[in-house]
Design a binder for this molecule. Structure first.
Ligand code: DGI
Ligand code: FE
Ligand code: FE
Ligand code: FE
Length: 186
């Protein structure tokens, strides 16, 4: 598929080899999850290939984009972890010409999740977390869960990421807390 190859080249040029290899593994896992959950596999592929497109951009690039696109000014108080998804989606749109809102929203939500997430968004969120090279306590359990109960696996990831961030004593993005309340607790 010619459009995939063009996209791959652009993403490859924007990333270190290590991160590019991660992106290819996320694509592989996203297609498997898409197959399981009746999500369009081509959409899953494009979404996965572009999800970390902006990850290696400078803080200045993100701050400029927040101003240019008139995004919530509170975003300026955060950092790369939050920006590369939420603001990175604007770079995917402006630089790669991807205008599909479901794709852009999935990219926006891929780090912090969201209160409402489409199947595509859940697939990307989980594929990023469970791609083949990921290894952490509970990985086997959450990999199986993602194929058995997608929403439950979203809740699992959010709860574990939140606990990890609290343990590290880093700031929690309010959106991450909203995702936790929506998906991880009854
Ligand atoms: O880009 P990746 O490394 O593939 O993965 P990611 O985009 O899912 O996550 C990037 C990092 O963001 C990860 O180390 C966890 C962190 N993160 C997620 N939610 C929050 C957060 N960091 C802060 N400070 N606050 C959050 O709410
Ligand atoms: Fe990411
Ligand atoms: Fe993630
Ligand atoms: Fe990623």
């Amino acid at each position: 598929n010619g459009s995939r190859e063009e996209l791959v080249e652009k993403v490859k040029a924007a990333l270190s080899d290590k991160r590019f290899q991660h992106v290819l593994r996320v694509e592989e896992m996203a297609i498997k999850l898409a197959d399981q959950w009746q999500v369009d596999k081509e959409l899953a592929s494009i979404t996965a290939l572009t999800h970390d497109y902006a990850k290696e951009r400078s803080d200045i690039d993100f701050l400029n984009k927040i101003s240019e696109k008139k995004l919530d000014t509170d975003l300026k108080n955060w950092g790369n972890n939050v920006w590369h998804g939420v603001v990175g989606a604007e770079m995917v749109k402006d630089e790669l010409g991807i205008n599909h809102e479901d794709i852009l929203n999935a990219i926006r939500q891929h780090t912090t999740g969201g209160v409402t997430m489409t199947k595509l968004s859940q697939v990307l969120y989980m594929a990023d977390y469970i791609e083949e090279a990921r290894d952490f306590p509970g990985i086997d359990e959450v990999r199986a869960l993602a194929f058995k109960d997608l929403a439950a696996s979203v809740g699992w990831q959010t709860a574990h990421t939140l606990a990890y961030l609290v343990d590290k004593q880093v700031k929690i993005y309010p959106g991450t807390l909203l995702t936790y309340n929506a998906w991880s607790v009854k």
